[in-house]
Structures are given as C-alpha cells and as structure tokens.
Ligand binder design. Structure first.
Ligand SMILES: NC(=O)c1ccc[n+]([C@@H]2O[C@H](COP(=O)([O-])OP(=O)(O)OC[C@H]3O[C@@H](n4cnc5c(N)ncnc54)[C@H](O)[C@@H]3O)[C@@H](O)[C@H]2O)c1
Length: 313
C-alpha cells in the first residue's frame, strides 16, 4: 500500500489544529508547527478533545507531531497548509521560508480568510505549486474547502489538492479566480450587509433578522442552493423580483456606521457579553452547543482511517 501524502500545517490555532485533526483521523502523518509555546503545548489535548467530540478515537492525535521549527515541520511534507494569523507580511515571510525548506514538489496552500492568494504568494520563485485552501470553522465538521487558484497555479496543483481533500471527506470546490472573499464569504457577507442595514434602518431588531433567516430560507439552504432555488421558481420570476428589490438593497462599500458604533461602545459580541444582542455566558454556551449538535447531525464525523472509530454515528 502506498503511503498517504505527508501533511505539514503551519499554525496550531483554531483552524490549524482542526485541519491537522482531519488529516490525522484519515491516516496521514501530520507535522504541526506553531511559533508560540502555549499553542504547541495545548494542541495535542485540543485535537484529542475534538476527535472525541467528533465520535473518533482520540488516539489518532498521535499521528500529529508538534514542531517548534518551521523547517523541520515542512521537510518531509507533500502538502503544506498555512493557518497562521491573518497578516499579509507574516504569511509572505512564512511562505518565503517554506519555499526554501520544503521539498520542491510539495504543494503550498494558504488558509487565509480574505487576503488574495496572489499577494500572499507573490514572492515565491515557483508560483505554479501555490494556491489557497479555504477551510471553514470547525474544519472537522464543516465539509466545504474552497480551492483557490491564481493565474500562476498549475492544473496539476489544483487537481492534486482537490483529490487530497476529497479523500479526507471534504467537499472541495475550485474557485477559478482569486477574488476577495472567494465564493462562500462573498455570499455570506452580502447577506450580513443587508442584515445590518435592516437593523440600522429600524426595520426590525437583530433577533428578528436572525429569526426570519432561521425560520425561512435558512432552513432550506442546506438542501436548496440559491441558484437551484432561482431555477425552481423560474428565472423570469427571479428577474422581476430583482428589478423591484435590488434598487432598495444596501450597496455600501464600507462597513456600516452601525457596526462602527457597536465597536466604539465596546459591544464586541461574545467576547464582551454584548454585540447586536446581549450574551450572558449560559446563552453563549447554549448557542455553541446548538451549532455543534446541528453540524454533527448534518455532516457526521470526519473520514477516519477505519480502525480508530469509536461509535461513529
Ligand atoms: N477562525 C475561522 O473561522 C477561520 C476560518 C477560515 C480561515 N481562517 C484563517 O485561518 C488562519 C488562522 O486562523 P485561526 O482562527 O486558526 O487563528 P488562531 O489565532 O486561532 O491561530 C493562529 C495560530 O498561529 C500561531 N502563530 C502566530 N505567529 C506564527 C508564526 N510566525 N508561525 C506559525 N504560527 C504562528 C499562533 O500562535 C496561533 O496558534 C487565518 O488566516 C484566518 O483568517 C480562519
């Protein structure tokens, strides 16, 4: 049996540890690098806890080795996935070091949320092997990974990445142009912009926005995408609706002044106990539990190498 590609993950935070978990559970060797002692110290227990919570054997965490040096982490890797903080200069510097120390055949991917992949990779000598892989949080429960190519990315790099991600159970899609926000975050933030505008305009309060989404198209979205829905109701009806409603929608090109006020008032959401709405600790815990339960019920546990499952449902 040929050995599965070796993976290196740069950054052992929320996303990096979760991505490492997915590959470890599927039987890959994973080298995990973080510059911070604390992150390295807590990563194994975080991975074990999340494996357990996903219905998988926490022993799979043993496939992840922690590294305090980037060079040793990437030395044997076939795929390097960077999940360091969202800072362009930092990511450029990391990829400079990765290019100098990884195998020349290794594929290099960034998990940036919004920074153009082209900018992150602009200093690389060989840009053909570089691309974006945008995972969603938590990476071991949300199936989607957007694979973003730049004008320099080779077809072989894209194909190998799509294959690897599919082999660990991800729904990997190709993003053919390196546009800000890729696909998912563009759609998501088009909705959030309008949600904030409705509250700012006094049409309804924040809870009502959330109730409307959750009790209507939000419930359908998991099984009916927007363009399937447009076909279902008819492109002619969709065109009429757009001609009436689009002129009334928010078209701001910067964050809403309403958001500016929340931030200035220290209403930062969960971290300060209040944002659009008030969030006492017990309501925060209840929301997190609700989301995890829903994701697990919808998507199940990550792909596992087989023998390690403990009561996967
Ligand atoms: N959190 C999300 O929902 C989400 C979703 C998709 C993509 N992303 C992106 O993934 C990346 C990581 O986000 P996160 O939420 O895991 O952040 P995080 O803060 O949880 O983790 C970042 C980790 O990088 C480490 N780090 C700092 N400097 C480093 C360096 N020089 N080299 C290596 N590691 C270093 C930190 O110690 C930390 O453990 C960001 O680019 C973010 O935008 C985040």
């Amino acid at each position: 049996m040929t050995e599965k590609p070796a993976i290196a993950v740069i950054g052992a935070g929320l996303m990096g540890a979760g991505i490492a978990l997915v590959f470890a559970a599927a039987g890959h060797r994973v080298a995990l690098f973080d510059a911070m002692t604390e992150a390295r110290a807590t990563a194994p227990s975080r991975i074990r806890d999340n494996l357990k919570a996903s219905g998988l054997n926490p022993a799979a965490a043993a496939a992840v080795t922690l590294h305090s040096q980037l060079a040793t982490a990437v030395a044997d890797a076939d795929f390097v996935i960077e999940a360091a903080p969202e800072d362009l200069a930092l990511k450029q510097a990391l990829f400079g070091e990765i290019e100098d120390t990884a195998k020349p055949t290794a594929i290099l991917a960034s998990n940036t949320s919004v920074i153009p992949i082209t900018s992150i990779m602009e200093r690389l000598r060989n840009k053909a092997r570089a691309l974006g892989t945008h995972w969603w949080n938590p990476p071991y429960l949300v199936p989607l990974v957007e694979v973003i190519r730049t004008v320099d990315t080779s077809d072989g790099t894209v194909e190998a990445t799509l294959r690897l991600l599919a082999s660990v159970g991800k729904t990997a899609v190709e993003v053919k142009k390196d546009v800000p926000g890729f696909i998912g975050n563009r759609l998501q933030h088009a909705l959030w912009r309008e949600a904030v505008a409705l509250v700012a305009d006094g049409v309804c309060d924040a809870k009502t926005v959330d109730d409307v989404v959750k009790a209507s198209f939000g419930t359908r979205l998991a099984v009916l995408g927007p363009l399937e829905n447009a076909d279902l109701v008819g492109t002619d009806l969709t065109r009429s609706i757009h001609n009436y409603v689009l002129p009334a929608l928010d078209r701001s090109t910067a964050a809403s002044p309403y958001l500016d006020r929340l931030v200035e008032q220290g209403r930062l959401g969960f971290k300060s106990g209040e944002g659009f709405r008030k969030w006492p600790p017990e309501q925060q815990a209840a929301l997190r539990e609700r989301v995890t339960k829903h994701l697990r019920a919808s998507f199940g546990a990550p792909v596992s190498s087989g023998s390690d499952d403990v009561g996967q449902t």
